[in-house]
Design a protein around this ligand. Structure first.
Ligand code: SF4
Length: 342
């Protein structure tokens, strides 16, 4: 079957961002998933090489500025207050602590710094504190990004005025599977926030999580939603579920690693110029699966031994892996977003 996009999308969720002129029907995305594995990876490599240096990878760092105690019910998330996961709710970090972390990130070569907060949506006084962080981090000469949950009217503009460069807000999964994972906010609310971010002129980081019990068709549905945004996100984090004890998704059947690789390849083909980020779950993958994902077109990873709350490979391990693969960090651009959605 053809993998070319066609200009008809059969069942889109009404998006705040209108569909692109060339859109990806879910069945065309599914056809990509169903290609012979080597054919899929070959095509993904071809697309990747048209737009990126295949030896280059973007490194990411992430700071949780407000951990735990979240009122939402995302079934994968250890920060949801309703699940007993051992994550202790903390107040927002003081500005000095954030700046210290930002300086440290910069001293390790970072040019961008991401702040993640476990909120349903930021209240006005929360946003004031984040605006201050954004201004001060920006003053250090770093690019800024944030993941703070749903944004209300005018909040994206405020963040933009404070100097925010990127905002992360993930779709998580396909619209058809969404209610199995989250019930405290709906898909359209996510799309609305993304529309506000775009409307304010902030770059979009948006992806999802696979391995949550969704079908291949539903994985294709997620990718179609992302690829059909106009424009599609600059950054697409593809998270592999990290099963955390105490969350509803703990104990489900794990996703086949080859299927994860297929998801990366399909994201690369459908969103050729996006940074496709290997996000949560990398520690569980091992080197061979990560190498396969780079072959499939991933060109960004999280860097550092902790994400928002879950573990990540040690920096030295990552450096050794990149050296083994003959890959190098993208110079002057340490990116930082998107472990999970907020
Ligand atoms: S993913 Fe974000 S919104 Fe959902 S429970 Fe976790 S912190 Fe809250």
């Amino acid at each position: 079957m053809s993998y070319q996009p066609v200009s008809f999308h059969p069942a889109p969720v009404t998006a705040a961002a209108a569909p692109a002129a060339d859109t990806w029907p879910v069945d065309a995305v599914l056809a990509l998933f169903e290609l012979p594995f080597n054919e899929l990876l070959y095509r993904a490599q071809q697309v990747h090489r048209e737009h990126f240096d295949p030896a280059e990878v973007e490194l990411a760092t992430l700071l949780s500025i407000k951990t735990g105690g979240c009122p939402e019910d995302c079934g994968y998330c250890p920060q949801a207050a309703r699940y007993d996961t051992g994550v202790t709710a903390q107040k927002i970090l003081p500005l000095d602590t954030v700046l210290q972390a930002a300086r440290e990130a910069k001293s390790h070569g970072a040019t961008r710094f991401c702040m993640g907060a476990a909120w349903r949506s930021p209240k006005d006084h929360d946003l004031e504190q984040v605006e201050q962080m954004v201004r001060e981090v920006k003053a250090l000469g770093l690019e800024t990004c944030a993941t703070l949950g749903m944004l209300g009217e005018g909040q994206a503009q405020r963040l933009k005025q404070a100097g925010l460069d990127y905002y992360n807000h993930n779709l998580d999964t396909a619209p058809e599977f969404y209610e199995n994972i989250i019930t405290t906010r709906d898909y359209q609310q996510r799309l609305n926030t993304l529309g506000q971010v775009r409307g304010a002129g902030i770059k979009v980081c948006c992806g999802g999580i696979v391995g949550m019990g969704e079908s291949r068709l539903q994985r294709a549905g997620l990718i179609a939603q992302l690829a059909n945004m106009d424009p599609y996100p600059e950054s697409v984090p593809v998270n592999h579920l990290v099963q955390v004890e105490g969350t509803p998704l703990h104990g489900i059947d794990p996703l086949d690693p080859l299927e994860f690789g297929r998801t990366i390849a399909v994201a690369r083909i459908t969103m050729p110029k996006a940074r496709v980020r290997l996000s949560a779950g990398r520690r569980q993958m091992g080197e061979a699966v990560q190498a396969m994902c780079f072959m499939a077109g991933a060109n960004s990873i999280f860097y550092g031994d902790k994400l928002l709350t879950t573990g990540n490979p040690e920096v030295e391990q990552d450096q050794a892996l990149l050296a083994k693969l003959g890959m190098r960090a993208r110079s002057g651009a340490v990116d930082a977003r998107c472990e999970v959605s907020s």
